[in-house]
Ligand binder design. Structure first.
Ligand SMILES: Cc1cc2nc3c(=O)[nH]c(=O)nc-3n(C[C@H](O)[C@H](O)[C@H](O)COP(=O)(O)O)c2cc1C
Length: 364
């Protein structure tokens, strides 16, 4: 099996990526005051710019959309200016970067919400999951169901965030439709028991995700719009009784919108790839643009999936944490460094920007 093709350029819409390795979005909880990404973030992303495409950590579109402490936003001018330092650092090294945009929905805590308000959700069902707040992991708060009259505002927050992302210099925008956050909560019937136009049928449960995608495409263009989905992942306590029908439908609609990629978490996020029966090939066949595959990939699996035509790009998450030059290491088959789990969430440069690239002399 040759892995050469993984390291060759790839055309993503009008962008030329230098290789097919993508840095998956990784939340690191290091935003500064005002939830502004700082100089350290610019250094961190700049160190990883040899990935064909970087996808930023999830970034909230509004105060209401925040679910963890010290995650960055993109709804204030200071945040836009902070992100511009990141995009400048990545572009200076020839890299490309998309911003991942999220609204966490019910995966939040009253301490993060304005005036201690309840987090919002499709239905008032508390998620069986934890969030990171006040420097510790705690149960999420009881949510309230969003009113029908509030949904257009959320769609508009995504639209504005996309415009802000372009102002900050991003090459594009990834809608976070995965991992049990707001759009995934609407899509899956374990979290959505609404009886209005946003609940019940496959079409109704997909509605908010598709309205967001449509608004973002209108704002910044389909060529710059991607989306992440995780059809069978139980991340953050979501479940779906019929994920194949749900996500076949969603991907058909996304294909009709002409967005540039779907980024698919295959299996349980960060866990088993075979958590439930699901035909990811069906999503691949339905979508004409780029298919980005994620979850537990290594060099061999990526090379074989590429050779079989099962995906175009391969997103690596955890391996990028301690290996800023992951592409070079994969290419030269250099052993990977393990990350320190104690410094994943929050803190400063330790465990963030101090993982070194391999010295040229130590390459095999
Ligand atoms: C520390 C950490 C933070 C993460 N943050 C995000 C995030 O912000 N957005 C997202 O969609 N996924 C996030 N994920 C999931 C990863 O993007 C990825 O799906 C997961 O790690 C599986 O890929 P891997 O096997 O290559 O690590 C995170 C994972 C880790 C370990």
């Amino acid at each position: 099996m040759t892995d050469k093709a993984l390291f060759e350029p790839y055309s993503l819409g009008s962008l030329t990526l230098s290789n097919r390795i993508v840095m998956a979005p990784l939340t690191r909880n290091r935003a500064g005051p005002g939830l502004v990404p700082g100089d350290l973030a610019a250094e961190y992303y700049g160190q990883r710019a040899s990935a064909g495409l970087l996808i930023s950590e999830a970034t909230q579109i509004s105060r209401q959309g925040q679910g963890y402490q010290d995650t960055p936003g993109i709804y204030s001018q200071a945040q836009i200016d902070g992100w511009r330092k990141v995009t400048t650092a990545v572009h200076a090294k020839g890299g490309r970067i998309f911003l991942q945009l999220w609204h966490v929905g019910r995966v939040s805590h009253v301490d993060l919400q304005e005036n201690g308000a309840a987090p919002v959700a499709p239905s008032a069902i508390r998620a069986a999951t934890k969030t990171f707040v006040n420097n510790s992991f705690v149960e999420v708060s009881e949510p309230r169901a969003l009113g029908l009259d509030e949904l257009a505002g959320i769609v508009n927050d995504f639209r504005q965030a996309a415009a802000n992302a372009i102002e900050a210099g991003f090459d594009g925008f990834e809608i976070h439709g995965a991992n049990g956050y707001l759009l995934d909560q609407f899509a899956k019937d374990g979290a959505n028991v609404r009886t209005d136009a946003y609940g019940g049928s496959v079409e109704n449960r997909a509605r908010l995700m598709l309205e967001v995608a449509t608004a973002v495409v209108e704002e910044i263009g389909a060529e710059r719009t991607g989306i992440r989905i995780s059809p069978v992942s139980p991340a953050n306590g979501v479940s779906s009784s019929a994920p194949q029908a749900q996500f076949d439908y969603i991907v058909d609609q996304l294909d009709a919108l002409g967005i540039v990629y779907i980024h698919v978490v295959e299996g349980a996020t960060g866990g088993s790839r075979d958590v439930a029966p699901f035909d990811f090939g069906s999503l691949r066949r339905r979508f004409n643009n780029t298919y980005v595959a994620n979850n537990g990939y290594d060099l061999e699996l990526a090379a074989s999936r590429l050779a079989e035509g099962k995906a175009d790009l391969f997103a690596f998450g955890r391996p990028f944490i301690a290996n800023p030059d992951l592409v070079e290491r994969l290419k030269t088959r250099t052993p990977l460094t393990e990350f320190n789990s104690a410094t994943l969430y929050g803190g400063g440069s330790a465990g963030y920007t101090d993982y070194p690239a391999i010295a040229a002399s130590s390459r095999p």
